[in-house]
Design a protein around this ligand. Structure first.
Ligand code: AMP
Length: 395
């Protein structure tokens, strides 16, 4: 059993929290989006209001074990201090004596942020010595960094291994509720909506939902490998040759298990990946040989949306088209709207992290979903029924 932060007596305790402050930075090195910092606030405030002090640790970017001033957590500390409306302490070297003294001297209600953990190569190597030194910062360990939960690094595996009292924060608790508990006992029908470019990274998810789903919808670039396996001419559309037989097997299994599997019946096209004006719609029965399918067409939007809105629980991973280009974002936007309707009708809509999360955000619909995951790879693995190393160590 994994314990929630809420189950500990944390008054006057020093809580070491692994947070995910891996925020996107713009060209000037400024924080482009503080969503991840804001997501950590409920757990931090919960601790402070209960009379605990807090030590926060995170990575930012990929400095590769070396100090890189462009990836310092100092601006994140400033942003955090602004959100919390209080000063916070900062240590440049997380495993120095000074840093340990700062943590030891924290009074209830105070916050201490450690510099980017990946400035030390011990973090990604899950080094024992590095973990032991980090572990000295608190009496209770809490993991609230879902985005890295599928990795075995020092701060989320090596450090908790050294703690008797450990658990998860409010953010990770919510991720587990939606990505694991809800899926195990879904309100039916259970619909899986897949899109994006790569089939390989979503195979585990497909296999797992072939055991549980009532319907599987496949759009985006990956749909063309399935259409190819069915014998359609897909023109110059994205094709993963190595996955054609896998796609055929998946469709076969779905048929045997009487799972409804929906593929696009019409598509919007472009000349190449740089196209900005959609051409079409074309039925998939007569796709031009010199064009690429870059979004689902109106007939497909209709049929996919109907299945989405009639679901009980829907899980979405991957955009329906090249949504980064406005002309090819219609299918993705309309699926997001269908999920909004599903939630209005008392259904549950769960959006995996990464591109689908970016898409619902782009269309201003994040708040309309039941849950938008903060982790890309981690959400895929949890939804696939796999156990995540950072959660396993807390059991
Ligand atoms: P993935 O990481 O596999 O989820 O792929 C996400 C990417 O797939 C996004 O950048 C989309 O623009 C891209 N994508 C979606 N549909 C298509 C398509 N029909 N052709 C090419 N790329 C696509």
């Amino acid at each position: 059993m994994i314990r929630s932060i809420k189950s500990f007596d944390i008054k006057d305790k020093n809580i070491l929290i692994r947070v995910d402050f891996n925020v996107p930075l713009n060209d000037q090195g400024h924080i482009e989006d503080n969503f991840r910092i804001k997501s950590a606030i409920p757990t931090i405030k919960f601790c402070l209001e209960a009379g605990a002090s807090v030590v926060l640790m995170s990575h930012l970017g990929r400095p590769g074990g070396e100090v890189d001033s462009d990836l310092s957590l100092i601006p994140i500390g400033e942003e955090l201090a602004g959100i919390l409306e209080m000063p916070i302490k900062f240590s440049h070297d997380p495993i120095s004596e000074d840093a340990h003294d700062t943590s030891l001297g924290l009074k209830p209600g105070e916050v201490h942020l450690l510099e980017n953990l990946r400035f030390n190569e011990g973090e990604e190597a899950n080094d024992y010595d590095f973990s032991s030194k980090l572990a000295k910062h608190g009496q209770i360990f809490i993991n609230d960094a879902f985005g890295t939960a599928h990795r075995s690094h020092a701060s989320n595996v090596g450090v908790p291994a050294q703690f008797k009292h450990k658990g998860i924060g409010l953010l990770v608790d919510r991720e587990i509720q939606y990505l694991s508990a809800t899926i195990k006992r879904p309100k039916r029908p259970l619909v899986l909506i897949l899109g994006g470019a790569k089939i390989g990274s979503k195979l585990g998810l497909i296999e797992s939902f072939l055991d549980t789903a009532d319907s599987i919808i496949i759009g985006g670039g990956m749909a063309f490998t399935f259409l190819k396996a069915k014998g359609f001419n897909i023109g110059k559309s994205l094709l993963d040759e190595s996955m054609v037989s896998t796609a055929a097997r998946i469709m076969n299994t779905a048929r045997q298990k009487e799972i409804q599997l929906l593929l696009p019946t019409d598509v919007m096209c472009g000349n190449n990946l740089d196209a900005d004006e959609p051409i079409g719609p074309f039925s998939i029965h007569d796709m031009p040989s010199d064009l690429m399918g870059l979004d689902i067409g109106p007939e497909t939007i209709e049929s996919f949306s109907t299945v989405c809105t009639q679901g009980g629980t829907a899980v979405w991973n991957g955009p329906m088209g090249l949504f980064e280009i406005n002309g090819f974002g219609t299918g993705t936007m309309r699926i997001a709207e269908a999920l909004e309707t599903l939630v209005e009708n008392e259904g549950t809509a769960i959006v995996g992290g990464g591109d689908s999360a970016a898409a619902v955000k782009k269309y201003g619909l994040s708040e309309s979903m039941s849950h938008v995951s903060t982790g890309g790879g981690a959400s895929l693995e949890l939804l696939s029924g796999k156990s995540l190393p950072a959660l396993q160590i807390l059991e």
